[in-house]
Every structure is written in structure tokens, then in C-alpha cells.
Design a protein around this ligand. Structure first.
Ligand code: GDP
Length: 327
């Protein structure tokens, strides 16, 4: 039986990846850091019904000694580094913590793999945010990076460390440059979940308005359930490499709102307001990925349309909000 270690196992991608790998017969180990919110920590894993099948191991991305111990104990065949301070807006308020967890954390995992499990295959969760102030209208593996936030700068460091460990030490280390990927398990601070949760509350009569920031920002939004398959495929290749994972379609926050509100028979214009509180010191205005390489080499395709993604998220939030009201 193959063993896998996932950092960030309690997040959206960690939950979907765990579900995928358990179904494939892997023994799944999840790195979890001690925190006072332990009781709600595995909420996403419970939602997918996989929490009881994951072996949690105690450790922290910022503590190399803990990673060395975990790698030595688990001896995984595959390691997925999904752990990060991943909310772009917070990265301006906590730039050093973001650098430490999102950037140096990846370097710590790479070091631990190199020293304790050099035969393991490694996946780094790189991000389309690294393209930031875009240098080409469609971003591919060859597009120059231009990070626009402490988060993106930290991810860029982790990305290049992955490439360097591959080229310097011969590690089977791959980096997936994933464009935004969402689901009912997306954190509520991200704009998509904020919108679908808002739509549910407005539909159920709990509030009238939804305040957002820049409505003109455009993103290439896919479904996390589809994207974790690309991660796994990367580690099944003979050669490690870097891949852009995207849908190839971009839509604005405003368009996302239109789809979400119209799903419940409402008009976005009647309910959306804007608030400068949600603007960022520097904005990534538009992202649009070119998934040619991942399609041609790995046979991967985004399977969920934006409309289907939004519908799934709105339906899940309608249920969640209704349950909360009832209890
Ligand atoms: P990101 O691409 O990782 O930063 O994902 P987010 O979901 O946090 O933000 C996507 C885009 O939506 C960014 O360009 C934000 O500026 C924009 N946006 C507009 N209003 C909001 C809001 O109220 N919350 C968040 N999180 N983003 C917003």
C-alpha cells in the first residue's frame, strides 16, 4: 500500500486530495499543527466523509525538526505540500508569517524530504498569483512571473526552491501552478464563497445586501475536485515537471455574482454594494491560464463549468445556512 503525506490536509485541497487518494487505496497521513481550534479543524474532512480515515501527525511547516521526524516515521512515497497562509489580503497584514509558512515552510519540507525520504515524490502547490501583474494575456509555464502581494512573493520563492531541489538534488519534485479553484469547501474569506454564502443568506431573508471590493477583477475559476486530480497525475509521471492548471476561461467577480444570484432567481444589482475595506494595496486585475501542457502531457481537463461550480456552491450554502437557522 502506498503512503502519502499531505500538509494542509485540513484545507479545501487537502480534503479533496485525501478523498481521491483514499479511493485509490493510499494510506493517507496528514500533517496538522497544534491549535486551540482543534475541534473544528477537521470540518472539511468530515464534510467529505474522510476524516476518520486519515492518520493525523503532529508537526508544523515552520519547525524543520518536526518535519524531519514525520518524514522519518511515515516514510511516504508521495508528499503534497498544500499548507500555507493562503489568503492574499491577509498577507499584507502578516507578511513575515506568510513568508515563513508559505515560503520557508516549503523549503523546510523539501529539506526534510531530501534528508529523510529522498525517494519520495514531491508536489508543491504553486499559484497563479505568481503571475500577478500579468506579462502575457494568457499565462503558461513560460510566462514571466510578477508577484503582487507578500503571498505571491512567498509562493514564488517556494516555486523556485522546488525547481532548484529538482535540478540540484535530483528530487522528483513537481510544481503545479494552479489557477483559482473553488468548491463548497472554499474558505469563507475568498470572494466566491463569500458570494455564495451571501446569496444563500439573502435568499433566506437573513440579510439584504452583500458588500464586496473590486467587482472588475477577473479570475480563471475551476473546481478543486478536478484540480487535485492534476496534482496526483504530476507525481505519476516518470519525470517531474511544472504545469499550469486552469480552465482557460476568465470571468469577473461581477459575472460570478450574476450567475450566483440568478441561480436563486434574484438580480445581483439589487443586492451588491462596494466597500473600500475589501480593496487591496495592489490588485491582480486579471488571470487567464493556458492549460495546453497539462492537457497534452497528462490528459487532464477541467470537467466542471463555471455555471455548475457556482450552482454546487450556492446549493451547499443554502443547505448550510438553513441548517444554522433551524438549530
Ligand atoms: P485570490 O485570487 O487568491 O486573491 O482570491 P480571492 O477570492 O480572495 O479574490 C479574488 C478577486 O476578487 C481579487 O481580485 C479580489 O480583489 C476580488 N474581490 C472583490 N471583492 C472581494 C471580497 O469582498 N473579498 C475577497 N476575498 N475578494 C474580493
Amino acid at each position: 500500500m502506498k503512503r502519502v503525506l499531505i500538509t494542509g490536509v485540513t484545507g479545501q485541497d487537502g480534503a479533496y486530495l485525501s478523498q481521491l487518494l483514499l479511493a485509490k487505496g493510499y494510506e493517507v497521513y496528514g500533517l496538522v499543527r497544534r491549535s486551540s481550534a482543534m475541534d473544528v479543524m477537521d470540518e472539511k474532512l468530515r464534510w467529505l466523509g474522510v476524516a476518520d480515515h486519515i492518520r493525523m501527525v503532529d508537526g508544523n511547516l515552520t519547525d524543520l525538526s518536526s518535519l524531519l521526524r514525520v518524514l522519518k516515521d511515515v516514510k511516504p512515497d508521495e508528499v503534497y505540500n498544500l499548507g500555507a497562509q493562503s489568503f492574499v489580503k491577509s498577507s499584507w497584514n502578516q507578511p513575515l508569517l506568510t513568508g515563513s509558512v508559505t515560503g520557508l515552510g516549503a523549503a523546510n519540507v523539501l529539506e526534510a524530504v531530501r534528508l529523510e525520504a529522498p525517494g519520495a515524490r514531491f508536489y508543491q502547490a504553486s499559484s497563479s498569483e505568481m503571475f500577478g501583474l500579468i506579462q502575457e494575456p494568457r499565462q503558461s509555464e513560460k510566462t514571466p512571473f510578477y508577484p503582487r502581494s507578500p503571498y505571491a512573493a512567498a509562493k514564488l520563492y517556494a516555486h523556485w526552491m522546488t525547481v532548484n531541489y529538482r535540478e540540484s538534488f535530483g528530487l522528483h519534485a513537481s510544481s503545479g501552478i494552479l489557477f483559482n479553484h473553488e468548491s463548497p469547501l472554499r474558505g469563507i474569506e475568498f470572494v466566491t464563497r463569500k458570494i455564495t454564502d451571501g446569496v444563500a443568506r439573502i435568499k433566506l431573508g437573513l440579510q439584504e445586501k452583500l458588500a464586496l471590493g473590486n467587482l472588475d477583477a477577473k479570475r480563471d475559476w475551476g473546481h478543486a475536485r478536478d484540480y487535485v486530480k492534476a496534482m496526483w497525475l504530476m507525481l505519476q509521471q516518470d519525470k517531474p515537471d511544472d504545469y499550469v492548471v486552469a480552465t482557460g476561461r476568465t470571468a469577473s467577480v461581477r459575472e460570478f455574482c450574476d450567475i450566483a444570484f440568478s441561480h436563486v432567481g434574484l438580480r445581483a444589482d439589487d443586492h451588491i454594494t462596494t466597500d473600500a475595506r475589501y480593496l487591496r494595496p495592489a490588485e491582480v486585475e486579471v488571470l487567464l491560464g493556458d492549460p495546453t501542457k497539462v492537457r497534452d502531457r497528462l490528459g487532464w481537463r477541467s470537467e466542471t463549468s463555471l455555471e455548475a461550480l457556482v450552482a454546487e456552491m450556492v446549493e451547499a450554502d443554502l443547505k448550510r445556512v438553513a441548517r444554522r437557522v433551524a438549530s
